[in-house]
Design a protein around this ligand. Structure first.
Ligand SMILES: O=C(O)CCC(=O)C(=O)O
Ligand SMILES: [Fe+2]
Length: 349
């Protein structure tokens, strides 16, 4: 809003009034535009008075999720375009590591894995994760846990911006395939170290096949911190094309599935030594892991999203609150345009 300074008033009062009126008109048309959008959205979701993202996240049908995703793409078109350009610039500008410079996660698969155990960034991240795990064990404190998984450490604490995990998560080694898959610079919504509690089978846990709820498409990069074989609860996933029976079913609401829900032989099990990376679209691919076995599995999970994800506000004034992204705890004092976009820190107004 233009500020009319006292001294300028007499000098050019007419000019200031015109500016003020233009500002008002812009605000009014903006308000009308948002009203129109809200009305469009409400019509799409006849039974819900507002677009209830919390509802969609937990109970939405595949049809509602798809509609939401398309609307979010429309509403966020400008940001998506900005991220497209930034992503292209990144790929052209950055020195890409040979291990992933050509790695493409195909849309039909929705996953790809690669041995990164010899890359120094991965070695440093794996070491940081192992040290963090050891410290957690030595401290004797009980770890936060949810069914089959224990949360050993998180973005911001103890994984700070000067550490190996953050450097890996913001490196071209991981970002290049993610940008190629999304067609844009992603938001990094979280990362953390997970320990599998694989003594027991918890029927409501991620040990059974499921889709993640955050969007219609996203990527998690899992890095094994310990060697993982068949008996250490390996990560498992069903190719996107075989997961489509449920993903494309308009009435399907997210629910854990038995292995028999998918075509026989379609479940891929990812074994590999420490430093193995698995890129997986956990919204499009049914997946599971940490099944009972006799060896421990430590795994780093790094999560990348598009601006359409359900924890992000749909428009200014969206009544459903924005969930704080887990990476907001990261204090990076050397942000550049790329890391700023990755962390999607709210801009000061
Ligand atoms: O324990 C696993 O490997 C499953 C993890 C999972 O479902 C997820 O991170 O979304
Ligand atoms: Fe999952």
């Amino acid at each position: 809003m233009a500020v009319v300074k006292q001294d300028d008033r007499s000098a050019d009062a007419g000019e200031a009034t015109r500016e003020y009126e233009a500002e008002l008109a812009a605000l009014r048309s903006d308000r009308n535009r948002w009203r129109g959008e809200a009305q469009n959205l409400a019509e799409q979701f006849q039974n819900t008075p507002t677009i209830d993202r919390s509802y969609l996240l937990t109970k939405g049908t595949m049809r509602q999720r798809q509609t939401y995703h398309m609307l979010a793409r429309e509403l966020k078109a400008a940001e998506i375009e900005r991220r497209r350009e930034l992503g292209q610039k990144y790929l052209a500008e950055q020195a890409l590591a040979p291990e992933t410079s050509k790695l493409v996660v195909l849309q039909k698969d929705g996953f790809a894995s690669v041995d990164l155990s010899r890359h120094p960034l991965v070695q440093a991240a794996v070491k940081e994760c192992r040290d963090t795990y050891q410290e957690a064990i030595d401290s004797g404190k009980e770890l936060l846990s949810k069914d089959s998984l224990e949360f050993v450490g998180d973005a911001g604490w103890p994984f700070i911006a000067s550490g190996g995990v953050y450097k890996l998560a913001t490196s071209p080694l991981l970002l290049a395939p993610v940008i190629r898959y999304f067609g844009m610079m992603p938001i990094m919504t979280g990362f953390g170290l997970l320990s599998a509690r694989n003594e027991e089978f918890y029927p409501h846990s991620s040990q059974r096949l499921h889709f993640d709820p955050e969007d219609r498409t996203q990527l998690k990069v899992f890095i094994y911190v310990t060697d993982v074989d068949e008996t250490s609860g390996p990560f498992m996933a069903v190719p996107a094309e075989d997961s489509a029976v449920l993903y494309n079913n308009p009435d399907f609401r997210l629910a854990r599935q038995d292995d028999s829900a998918v075509r026989e032989g379609s479940i891929r099990t990812f074994t590999g030594k420490a430093g193995t990376a698995i890129f997986c679209d956990t919204c499009r691919c049914l997946h599971a892991g940490a099944r009972p076995g006799d060896k421990k599995r430590l795994m780093l999970s790094i999560e990348y999203n598009m601006p359409t994800h359900l924890n992000s506000k749909l428009w200014e004034g969206d009544p459903t609150p924005e969930r704080r992204s887990r990476t907001l705890k990261v204090r990076d004092y050397n942000l550049n345009e790329y890391t700023e976009a990755l962390l999607a820190h709210p801009k000061p107004v």
